[in-house]
Write a protein that binds this ligand. Structure first.
Ligand code: HBI
Length: 364
């Protein structure tokens, strides 16, 4: 059968401009998904808030007020939408231009795009980038998963299981552009890395404590989202050697990350995936992580890193002492086998084939 080249509209997260780091992992996910599908001959246009930047494909910037972050809506029964919301304006643009596309791909972790799905005359695929956070969002995820079976994807089974209709969600994994990451066989000197938005749910304090106990330097990469939390950690762990490296481009990040002995992942929440884990693997860096969320499905204990009991800093320290058991090339091999753009692109394309071929508006 001759392969159809799709015209796809990607709608980014409304919490921040693409490239600002405010959108966290979902910015990388969106751009890698666009790369993966463009490599397979499809066309992608990205819609994102004003001030966004990308070198991957055509970008349409939309004005309006940023959306309130879902992390501030934990447990909420209400939907919050600012006046002249960029989310509302992005979806007005989508409604006006939908007939130029075969499918829309939503990356916002928000109620509105899910609710709007039956109002459109094009299939909408949804990427749910975090675990369950609020009843009002969970209810809309469930409702949409019943109206449009297979239209909602998550990274991992662990993330899906936090939603009441988790069995109706597609487990799509993740992919990255392997050619952007250089494998480092052996770092020049021992050190630890931590990558992520610096915010309480990411548990940076545990990594600082492990660094202080082992005396190893800790290189911290990511946007300082919660300044007070960051200052608290530096004060409390004043004896730890902490180097803040900033929110870096992929190329700058991989150069420094590759020189680390291990990446510590210390999430306090059910980490939906953990982009940093596969970026570390791409550089040959083993991952020491809490045995929680998506990381349970990514890290091979004793092979590409270690999984320790949730919240156990002593477990982190124990694992750090066993790092010489890990062959760093195994990390790179797992990445290439399971998380390359080709592997992920095939999965996304099959998903879209199914949604486009079987699309029909629900009969009410
Ligand atoms: N909050 N309301 C809202 N919408 C998002 O798209 C969103 C968010 N908080 C965090 C976030 N996206 C991303 O950082 C994660 O999806 C990775």
């Amino acid at each position: 059968m001759n392969k159809t080249n799709y015209r796809l509209l990607f709608l980014s997260t409304p919490v921040g401009a693409l490239g600002s780091g405010i959108g966290g992992g979902v910015e990388l996910t969106l751009q890698n998904a666009a790369k993966a599908l463009i490599a397979k001959g499809h066309e992608v246009e990205i819609v994102a808030p004003e001030g966004s930047a990308t070198n991957v494909t055509k970008l349409t910037q939309i004005a309006g007020n940023m959306q309130t972050s879902a992390q501030t809506q934990v447990g909420a029964d209400l939907v919050v939408l600012p006046q002249n919301s960029v989310l509302e304006n992005m979806w007005s643009y989508a409604r006006e231009s939908q007939n130029q596309f075969d499918l829309l791909f939503n990356f916002a972790y928000d109620w509105l795009p899910l609710y709007l799905t039956p109002f459109f005359n094009r299939p909408i695929a949804h990427w749910i980038s975090m675990s369950s956070l609020s009843p009002v969002m969970d209810a809309m995820v469930s409702k949409t998963s019943h109206l449009f079976p297979n239209a909602i994807a998550v990274n991992t089974r662990a993330c899906a299981d936090t939603f009441s209709d988790g069995d109706r969600l597609m487990i799509m994994g993740k992919g990255l552009d392997v050619s952007q990451y250089n494998f480092v066989k052996q770092p020049e000197k021992p050190s630890l890395a931590w990558v992520g938005r610096i915010s309480p749910e990411k548990g940076l304090e545990d990594a600082a404590k492990a660094a202080q106990s082992t005396g190893l330097p800790l290189h911290v990469f990511g946007l300082i989202q919660d300044r007070a939390y960051w200052e608290q950690i530096k004060t409390f762990f004043s004896k730890a050697e902490i180097h803040y490296e900033g929110f870096l481009s992929t190329d700058e990040l991989q150069k420094k990350l590759g020189q680390c002995s291990a990446l510590l992942m210390t999430p306090r929440w059910v980490e939906a995936f953990g982009n940093a884990a596969i970026e570390a693997f791409a550089c040959g860096v083993p991952v020491i992580s809490y045995n929680s969320g998506g990381l349970k499905e990514i890290v091979r204990h004793g092979k590409t890193g270690f999984l320790v009991e949730m919240g156990s800093v002593s477990g982190l320290i124990e694992a750090i002492s066993q790092l010489d058991q890990i062959d760093r090339f195994t990390c790179r091999q797992q990445l290439e086998a399971e998380y390359s753009l080709e592997v992920w692109g095939d999965r996304l394309e099959k998903w879209f084939d199914n949604l486009i071929t079987n699309y029909s508006k629900p009969r009410f």
